[in-house]
Ligand binder design. Sequence first.
Ligand SMILES: [Zn+2]
Length: 486
Amino acid sequence: MNIRASRFAILCRPAAAVAAVLTSTVLLAGTAFAHGEQDQIGKSRILTLKLRDFKAQMRELVEGGYDIAGASPGSSTVDIVQRASSQQSFNKEIFGQVIESKIVDTTIAPDVGYKTSAEVDEIIHRLANNYPDLVTVESFGRTHEGRDLWAIRVTSQAKQKAGKPVVFLNALHHAREVMTVEVALDAADYLATNYGTNNEVRDWLDRAEIWIVPMVNPDGSNKVWTEDSMWRKNTSGSDGVDVNRNYPYRWNQCNGSSGTPSSDTYRGPSAGSENETQAMMALVGRIRPVYSISFHSYSELVLYPYSCDGEHVPQREVVEGGGKAMAQLLPSDGGSGKYAPGTSWEILYAVDGGDIDWMYNTHNVIPYVIELNSTSQGFQPSFSAWRNKTVQKVRAAWQYVIRRTLQSGIRGNVTVAGESVDNAVVRVTSLIKEGDVGQMISVKGDGTFHAVLVPGSYKVVVARGERTVEKTVLVGGDLVTLDVAL
Ligand SMILES: [Zn+2]
């Protein structure tokens, strides 16, 4: 059972991954690694570039297939991972100055406090054993290498007449983003351990289900721990696939991914080709979350759909309002500012095949990406210095979406002759906002539907075959429960 000991046996190296830092305005017009260094196996560089035109040059970097580690739109800088084997070069005329160049030995495993997939398995099963009335763990799929994909459900035994709305948290689509796993595990632990003593947590778990996937990509994680600390993708095919460019909505449709297998944003051979993607899609389709947060790192951002250039979701008030509110709750690591909210295309670059666009479009989920930690901390900040600070800070964000789920909106229950039915269609339209086209809400398997709304007056139309029921609902600060008998 001594995972830690076996890990040391494999790696047998110190934990600090950054071997050296070269500072200030250096080099690299038209060169990759400087002479003499370029063939050092396992050595990569993280280059920080100061861009003259952030948006235009970010686009060029994405289209050029560069591995973008993180970015700071406010200071117009971007971090690029450059492999020792890379032939890519940076032309100062195009990309501006390299202001920092860190050498990373990618054969050195992350700080030992972070979790391997085996440790995650052990931790979540122990939590379920310790809190059998609150925590259940299930495998919702298997990876290419045969690892289980685990989901944790945290909720109490209390029953609700209209069922319980679901909030979904997931982490580690990208293998090297190890802090995201800590946030997911902390959320599960926090909810289970505070249920008995904290009235608000008790209310949450009595009225909602929190589903947590601590590792979407355990195969990639294994590679991070045993081979390459900068690995991002899964390990299927010849070069792995970026699971978060593989979802079928707008897959390969807006220059937001790469078709080159060796690229770090390789979208895969077809839409939804990956085991992890398929398992996530099936899980989301089954649990039908009201809100979702996908944790990534780094850059201190709160991102919301849509992610292709120029596109916004119809429900901007709720989706963007929530993202902006969460960003305000998250102080930056440096302490001088807050996380920045926006769509990916507004503040970084276009993304296609990402999970949040698919979740919103397919299942009416209100989904966010939170990019943890600053460009100073990177993918794998010191565990002792940053783990607790980060997970404690981020509680404000996931707690915000739980509160929002249980506050302003409509939770409906559709029945025919007293039996719940799921094949009805619901449209919710504002009676206040002029020209509101409304939103379609699909009904879950248990006959329930859930709409998060800003306070106001709404028309709810529920249709099934020839039968239609129309109701007017006044939404204030509380969740309104609506029984619809067709
Ligand atoms: Zn990521």
